[in-house]
Each structure stands twice: as C-alpha cells, then as structure tokens.
Design a protein around this ligand. Structure first.
Ligand code: GLC
Length: 419
C-alpha cells in the first residue's frame, strides 16, 4: 500500500524556503503587503542561500526522529527552487543552484522519504488570474487586470512544471499541492479543481510516480488529508473508516522565516502535539523556515534538538505506532505499537494513574525513557482482597504507581505490555 511508510514514519520535516525568506516577514508578505512585482523582485534577485545545506537539514531531520522531509519547490510567489525550463524566476537564475536537486539527493542519501511541496497558486505568472488572495486584489480597477489573463495557459505551465519535478529527480515519495479556495469573497472568485485540471494533474502524478502520495488540496480527493495549524480531536473517519491524515504545524505560526515573530511553541508542546496526532492515527509535519541565507534559525534548531532528545528515548511510542481503542485517562493519550500500549502523560498525577478497562490486560509496566519497572495493581470490585481501590475508580481499572517526582523528560511515557 502506497501510504504504508507514511503511516509508519509518523513524523516529518517541512521546509519553507524561497525568495520570501530574505524578506523575513512571512511567506505571504507579497499578498499581505500588496507588493508589486517591482517591489518584490529585489528579494528574488538577492536570493543568496550560501548557508543552505541540504545534507545538514536531512541530518537534522534524522536526529529529530523524522522519517521524511518536504521542501517547498515553489511557493505562492512563484519563485522556483529548481532550474525550470518554463521560467527564469528561479534559484538557478538567482544563484545558479538547483535546490530541489540538492534536497532530493541529500534527503534520499540520509535514508528519508523524499517530499516536495508545490504551490498551485502563482502570483508571479502573468496568466494566473487575480483573486481574493492575490497581491493585486486591491489595485484600482483590479478586475480589469484579468482581461487577457488565461488560466488555460497557466494550467499548461503548472502541468509542465509538475512534469519537470516528477521526471527529473528519480523517485518522489510525497507531493503536497497548495491550495484550492473555491469560495467567492469581496466579489472575487477563488480557485477550484477545474482551474488546475485537478483530475488531469492527479493522473499525471499517478502516471509519472505511481507510488507517490498526493495530498488533498487539489480540490479532488488525495491520499491523505492535511489539517493545518490545528489538531483534530479524534481519529478522522470517512464512512466509518479511518482516513490517512497529517497535521502540518509551525514553530511560531509562520512557515517562511519571520525574523521578528518570536511566538514560539515550546518543545514539550510540540511533542504533545506529535503524540496527540499519533494517538488519533495521524502524522505531524513540523515546519522550519530557513533564514535569508538558508540556515535553519537557532530557535528552530533548538526546538528540533529538544524534540530529538525526547525521540531518541521514545521513538517506539511514535514511529510505527498508531491509534489505540482504549479510553485514556484524563492525564494523557495512548499510542499503540504491536503489543505495546504507550501512555503519554501530558500532566503529572500524584502517586497513581488509573487506567480504565485495562485490568488483566497488561502484563508489565515501565517508563519508556529508562526502562524502570512500575508497580501495578487492580481495583477489586468487592474490596475483599488486599488490593488498593482508590475512591471512585471503577472495577476493571488498572492502577499504575508513580514516583512523586516527575521524570525529567519533556513528556513521560508509560509503556504497558499487553498480555
Ligand atoms: C497554506 C499557506 C502556506 C503554507 C501552507 C502549509 O495554505 O498558504 O503559506 O505553505 O499552507 O500547509
């Protein structure tokens, strides 16, 4: 099955890098500030990624416990990170480098699955029609800007670029298209599946890379769905069956490098989000935004380092793990891997944690980080035997005794071996 590696990996790296990285104020800067082409061009001209080191990025992903890495080949600004024959608005013009080639090679060499992101939206292309997301939307007489623009010609460009990406670099494991927004706002149309010829594009993907996973943002169903900057609250189902999903998350709310935004999530929060995703049968794709020179910023690197330290000890509770059908206690979430049930403790209880329905189901309990055994006991419904029954716990509850002092790891995990 196409998504098997993906379901196993659970954790990937997203890399947003482009001309906007030098602007350093969000990857949507051109649209947010309604910059003209002339105003935006300097960022592309001065694209000088002397510190972009694909091998170092791949090594960082590996050290963080990730199984795949996804690079923005082109974002909404239209600036391409490869040597496209269809445009000279690219890294090869700016600095003579094909960063997609560098990414694919380094990622594959590191043993990671290779992912590409490609923006369907293109604010640079003269045929891409102005809509409510476009930098030109508030120009006077903006609607007239669409006279002479042709989505049909843009479609040919789009399909041609995707063909380049899927034929030049060998096996591509994952493709993230971005995005479709069919509503009409402020008198503008959005962009729908027909604008991309989504069916045709999907067929092209299947033809050129039959095993590649494709996401759900083309406007037609894909191989997985992509909650963005929020966490679902339960496994995602369609007609009663679990859907493959991946939450994509930022470290500070911005995907592209945003120098003055210091609204960073903490490493423990990101780890909880990862465990939370896996507990609901999903993946987490965590983003970093290399700076204007292509280096992963220190704050992002520090977070990945802390997450990597945790992953080193808790890998088995994430990689190859998934949803467990038991109801977790209020302190945390479960992930299940084979016969191992992992309780990720998001808060630290006093003395005990009570696991409903697990009496008689687990033969051994220990902390995952240090393998230290944990005493368990079972609630006795008749209270005849000499076993503990904390007030209010139901029969069938397994109680795990805990030290008063919380272990010094970002998220403590109790591993239960199921009988
Ligand atoms: C979005 C944003 C974007 C980001 C992406 C990641 O739709 O437009 O900037 O690249 O999602 O999921």
């Amino acid at each position: 099955m196409r998504q098997e590696w993906f379901d196993t990996a659970r954790f990937g790296l997203f890399v947003h890098f482009g001309a906007y990285s030098g602007a350093a104020r969000h990857e949507w800067v051109q649209a947010y500030e309604r910059l003209t082409d002339a105003e935006y061009l300097p960022y592309a001209r001065h694209f000088e990624p002397d510190r972009f080191d694909a091998a170092a990025i791949a090594a960082t992903a590996v050290a963080t416990g990730m199984g795949y890495s996804v690079l923005t080949t082109k974002h909404h600004d239209g600036f391409c990170l490869w040597d496209s024959e269809l445009t000279d608005f690219s890294s090869s013009t700016a600095c003579g480098r094909d960063l997609v080639a560098e990414h694919v090679e380094a990622t594959r060499a590191a043993g990671l699955k290779v992912g590409l992101y490609y923006s369907l939206i293109d604010w640079h292309h003269p045929d891409f029609t102005v809509d409510w997301n476009h930098p030109r939307r508030d120009d006077s007489g903006a609607h007239a800007l669409n006279d002479g623009r042709s989505m049909e010609r843009y479609r040919a460009y789009l399909h041609g670029q995707v063909r380049e990406l899927l034929t030049r670099y060998g096996t591509i494991d994952y493709l993230f298209f971005d995005f479709t927004y069919p509503e009409t706002k402020q008198g503008w149309a959005g962009k729908a599946a027909e604008d991309w010829d989504a069916e045709g594009l999907m067929a092209l993907c299947r033809e050129l890379q039959p095993d590649m996973l494709v996401n759900d943002r083309l406007g037609v169903p894909g191989d997985f769905v992509t909650p963005e900057q929020y966490q679902p609250t339960k496994p995602i189902l369609e007609a009663g069956s679990p859907v493959v999903w991946e939450a994509c998350q930022t470290t500070n709310g911005s995907w592209g490098y945003h120098r003055d935004n210091v609204d960073f999530k903490s490493a423990p929060l990101l780890i909880r989000m990862l465990a939370d995703s896996v507990s609901m049968g999903g993946n987490m794709l965590l983003n970093v935004g290399p700076d204007g020179r292509g280096a992963i910023p220190p704050a992002d690197l520090a977070l990945l380092g802390e997450i990597g330290d945790w992953m080193e000890l808790h890998r088995d509770a994430i990689v190859g793990a998934g949803h467990a059908s038991y109801t977790p206690p209020r302190e945390g979430v479960y992930t299940l891997r084979g016969d191992r049930l992992h309780l990720h403790l998001f808060s630290w209880p006093l003395g005990f944690v009570h696991l409903p329905g697990l009496a008689g189901k687990a033969s051994y309990a220990r902390f995952l980080h240090d393998g230290s055994w944990l005493r368990t006991s079972v609630t006795d419904p008749d209270q005849t035997a000499n076993v503990m029954r904390p007030a209010g716990e139901e029969a069938g509850t397994l109680t795990v005794s805990l030290p008063v002092r919380r272990p010094d790891v970002a998220v403590p995990v109790i591993e239960l071996t199921l009988a």
